[in-house]
Design a protein around this ligand. Structure first.
Ligand code: G6P
Length: 490
């Protein structure tokens, strides 16, 4: 049987001393174990540049190849390599996180473009393609993850690889108007069309991706999810990532009283508690949420000492200016709100920057009354799904969910809010606090039903089964002509 090869920028190495890996890592490990497989990516280390590692302007995609370290765990082989300082600066901090990330999250104001960074991004994509070529048998299936690797399939094809190669974008897809701000947009969308299958989180992202292909490349849409470009057919389809609700329910129950040192929940027994869990990222709308919480405390002084917002805010990408700035702003805003409203026995916002182990987090979810997600744009947001799954089925909490999170497409029974509208969020918070048990139960049951209907294993199986299907251009000769004729008639 053909094996599966996964490529992602970050690789979850098995580590018995570390907290259990999250749902996505486990789902991919399960798939890799089933057929035997390899997981390829960056090991998180940065090594100094030396003559042979630095990019040579005259020899683009210079054939520098790093040493890949190998760890074997059961039927999975992990192959990881360091990035050089230049690759880290230009590929990871640069094009991936200073161009593509803000673009995909519709932050044109933060989008920077630097041709040298694009070039290094291409070199890193080419480097991983060469490694894929070195390890893949012709019938192996390759699954590439996320925006770090838009161009890997193009290099694989250039190296003569005919393997099935799929790509899943975990973050949103940018609208055309934003793609048009990236000088190399056309090239990137062409690269995407070298994949056999491109998976997106939502129907909306699917339609934006299709639009980018048909408008920027004049690629031909054959069916709802098929596009033809330069003799190649690419499927562009939505696969909303899920979780494992039964397992989370179990873990949450078991760990509900685990560690009270993250937040002192016993002391908050008589208060309403709100939980917020975010990487400190401008896409998460953390400041908008704090502002709305402050507005709520202004408008409803009767809730002073009766409600606390618990915030886990994890710093990330701290070598990038926008993230350093936001980190400072988040901590300053917490301080300001606490200075304004705190009383001797009450702190309105209790914020930690600690990374909390997954099982402890599930326990915390179960004990809190409200989960508040205010993303300004978000691929899916698994906090929304995990919070619901972790609830006590007899006494569930309430989810306030931004309409701009991918999860909102499937979780309409949450309290859906517009995070840019402070009063809308204040009202939702009041509704959540006042919501009677009967309504909480009804919303929770419907949400759980959705989570169970398409879980993380369905997501993985559906993607891989579609990827293994064969779409030959010849099979579509007829429909293509039909589409053309219809178009001419218009
Ligand atoms: C998002 C991306 C992932 C990324 C994660 C953490 O969820 O979709 O690809 O790994 O953020 O970001 P980092 O830059 O620390 O890997």
């Amino acid at each position: 049987m053909s094996k599966l090869i996964v490529l992602s920028n970050r690789v979850s190495l098995p580590n018995p001393d570390k907290p259990a890996a999250g749902g996505l890592a486990v789902a991919l490990q399960d798939a890799l174990t089933e057929t035997g497989g390899i997981w390829l990516g960056w090991n998180g280390d940065i090594i100094p540049d030396s003559r042979d590692t630095s990019a040579d302007e005259n020899t683009s995609h210079a054939a520098y190849q790093p040493q890949f370290g190998q760890v074997v765990d059961g039927k999975i082989e992990y192959l990881t390599c360091p990035l050089t300082q230049n690759q880290y600066d230009q590929y990871y901090c640069g094009f991936a996180n200073n161009t593509l990330w803000p673009a995909m999250h519709e932050r044109q104001d933060l989008l920077e473009y630097n041709p040298a960074e694009f070039e290094t991004y291409q070199q890193v994509n080419a480097l991983f393609a060469r490694q894929l070529k070195a390890i893949a048998q012709p019938d192996d299936v390759i699954w590439v993850h996320d925006y770090h690797f838009f161009s890997v399939a193009r290099y694989c094809r250039e190296l003569g690889m005919d393997n099935k190669i799929g790509f899943f974008l975990h973050i949103p897809f940018a609208p055309l108007s934003i793609w048009q701000c990236i000088p190399t947009a056309e090239r990137l969308i062409q690269d995407l069309c070298h994949y056999d299958l491109v998976g997106l989180q939502t129907d909306y992202d699917q339609s934006l991706c299709m639009q980018a292909c048909t408008t920027l490349l004049k690629a031909q849409k054959i069916q709802h999810s098929l596009v033809s470009y330069q003799q190649r057919i690419t499927t562009i389809k939505c696969y909303p990532i899920g979780i494992n609700p039964a397992q989370i329910q179990q873990v949450a129950k078991k760990h509900a009283n685990d560690r009270q040192d993250v937040f002192d929940l016993k002391a908050l027994k008589h208060q309403k508690t709100i939980i917020g869990v975010d990487r400190i990222d401008y896409s998460k709308g953390i400041l908008e949420r704090f502002d709305a919480f402050a507005a709520f405390l202004e408008q409803y002084p009767q809730y002073h000492r009766r409600i606390t917002e618990l915030q886990i805010a994890c710093p990330c990408r701290m070598d990038i200016l926008a993230y350093q700035r936001l980190f400072r702003q988040v901590n300053q805003t917490v301080e300001k709100i606490n200075d304004t409203f705190a009383q001797h026995d009450w702190l309105p916002i209790d914020c930690t920057n600690e990374v909390v182990p997954h099982e402890t987090l599930m326990g915390l979810y179960r004990l809190t009354d409200i989960c508040w997600i205010s993303s300004l744009r978000d691929g899916m947001n698994l906090v929304a799904k995990e919070y619901i799954a972790a609830q006590d089925p007899e006494n569930p909490g309430v989810l306030i969910l931004s309409k701009y999170a991918g999860a909102a497409e499937q979780m309409q029974q949450a309290l859906i809010v517009d995070p840019t509208d402070t009063q809308d969020m204040v009202n939702a918070l009041k509704t959540a606090i006042d919501m009677p048990l009967e309504e909480r139960l009804s919303r929770y049951q419907q949400l759980m039903q959705g989570l169970t209907t398409f879980d993380i294993n369905d997501w993985r199986n559906q993607f891989l089964s579609d990827l293994r299907k064969n779409h030959q251009l010849e099979n579509f000769k007829q429909p293509i002509r039909a589409v053309n004729t219809a178009y001419q008639l218009l």
